[in-house]
Design a protein around this ligand. Structure first.
Ligand SMILES: Nc1ncnc2c1ncn2[C@@H]1O[C@H](COP(=O)(O)OP(=O)(O)OP(=O)(O)O)[C@@H](O)[C@H]1O
Length: 398
């Protein structure tokens, strides 16, 4: 991130000290050239989905990569490798849409969200927000763009300063953008914000520890709304909450979207949450998108072996279907993003892997059906049954 103007209080106020350090410390531009020279740049160029062609696009991400250097050395630090946290992601989000990002822990979802907001400096690629390339913005234009893109964090307790009252938390963000003053208009705005997230005005004088988890997340959402954003990146917005409270917060996010015309990028490992809230879903594996489709299409007909395995692990409420449905058991752990497998990143765990091509050639994310993009050399053959699992023990029934 460009730190010329200091750390943006809006974007980093919810970060832990370590995250703030990351937000300021990563030098992506220099990395890019070196990595390109080493031939380690990202996935084959992906086509953007027809689902977004000609649509009113608010956010467009093209070949985005975020590679973190691994440094070693006691006296002189040397870069000995890179963590390929995000490695060539292209996607577009329509205005007013909810785009869900799913994948196992460590696959790069959070880093992608932070790269989009320039909380970490991308190594390569571009992020167009309302047509403006965020990477090229400096100082004042960047600050203006930042106002329009806000983040809601997973753990509201650690993202809210325990020493600040709710009023001070909310006013801080507004002040950074010249939206708060000592007039009654600010007080009116604060009351409106609390009412919008379902909290009483008395909450303004209280401190974060005086609230329940769900109420704290409402405060986190109110904080994001203080500056009238267009895009909210919500990173696991309900995963720290009790199941009974999750639905309330999801409903709140949906109500606010309908009322304020917000666009959401929702990051979650819980497929049920994403299915409920997202219009379209991107599935990530080891730093790349492996599949993208409407929520309905993805859940009804996943085409990438990884998505099939992820979805096959979700229990079905109908006991008859539950007893007979196919479950795909993935063997092995997620490989390290510092040392990703060659070819298709998923080939080491894929029950359908085919010799040579899967381990040598990285598949591009191609549109196989309208609005349905898949990065698998054999997705069509797998779907038709022309290719069966190599490792049959990976697929079990009931
Ligand atoms: N600042 C950093 N420096 C080095 N490596 C990092 C940094 N931030 C993230 N990583 C690594 O990048 C990879 C992707 O992490 P990321 O947090 O984006 O994944 P995730 O899918 O959001 O996982 P989770 O759901 O657990 O947060 C991980 O291997 C992580 O350890």
């Amino acid at each position: 991130m460009s730190q010329a103007g200091g750390v943006d209080p809006l974007q980093t106020s919810g970060l832990t000290p370590l995250e703030q350090q990351y937000a300021g410390a990563v030098d992506g531009g220099a990395l890019h050239e070196q990595e390109l020279a080493e031939g380690t740049a990202g996935a084959p160029a992906a086509e953007l989905s027809a689902a977004t062609a000609g649509a009113d696009i608010l956010l467009e991400v093209n070949d985005l990569a975020v590679h973190f250097p691994i440094r070693r050395g006691v006296f002189v630090e040397r870069t000995v490798g890179y963590v390929y946290a995000v490695d060539g992601v292209s996607l577009a989000v329509r205005r007013g849409e909810t785009y869900g990002l799913v994948g196992e822990s460590g696959c790069g979802k959070t880093t992608l969200g932070r790269g989009i907001l320039r909380l970490v400096e991308p190594t390569a690629g571009s992020v167009l927000f309302d047509g403006e390339n965020i990477a090229e913005l400096k100082a004042e234009p960047l600050r203006r763009a930042r106002r329009r893109m806000q983040m809601v964090f997973q753990d509201p307790l650690s993202s809210l300063d325990p020493r600040q009252s709710v009023q001070s938390i909310l006013v801080e963000g507004m002040k950074a953008h010249g939206l708060a003053d000592s007039t009654s208009a600010t007080q009116t705005r604060l009351r409106e914000l609390l009412s919008a997230v379902g909290l009483p005005t008395s909450a303004l004088r209280k401190f974060p520890h005086e609230f329940s988890g769900g109420q704290r997340q409402r405060i986190g959402i109110a904080r994001a709304l203080t500056v009238n954003p267009d895009l909210i990146v919500a990173d696991e917005p309900v995963s720290a909450l009790d199941v009974s409270v999750q639905a309330q917060v999801i409903n709140l996010l949906e109500d606010l979207q309908a009322e304020l015309g917000l666009t959401y990028l929702v990051i979650a490992h819980d497929l049920a949450v994403v299915r409920h809230i997202a219009d379209r879903v991107g599935v990530m594996y080891l730093g790349s998108l492996v599949e993208e489709a409407t929520s309905t299409d993805l859940y009804a007909d996943p085409l990438h072996p990884y998505s099939r395995a992820l979805l096959s692990a979700v229990p079905v409420p109908d006991p008859v279907v539950e007893d007979t449905r196919e479950r795909i058991l993935l063997t092995g752990d997620l490989p390290s993003p510092a040392n990703p497998p060659s070819g298709c990143r998923f080939h080491t765990r894929c029950p359908w892997r085919q010799p040579t091509r899967c381990d040598t050639e990285r598949p591009a994310l191609l549109e196989l059906q309208p609005g349905h993009r898949v990065a698998c050399h054999y997705a069509t053959e797998i779907a038709s049954g022309a290719i069966t699992p190599v490792d049959r023990s990976a697929t079990v029934f009931g």
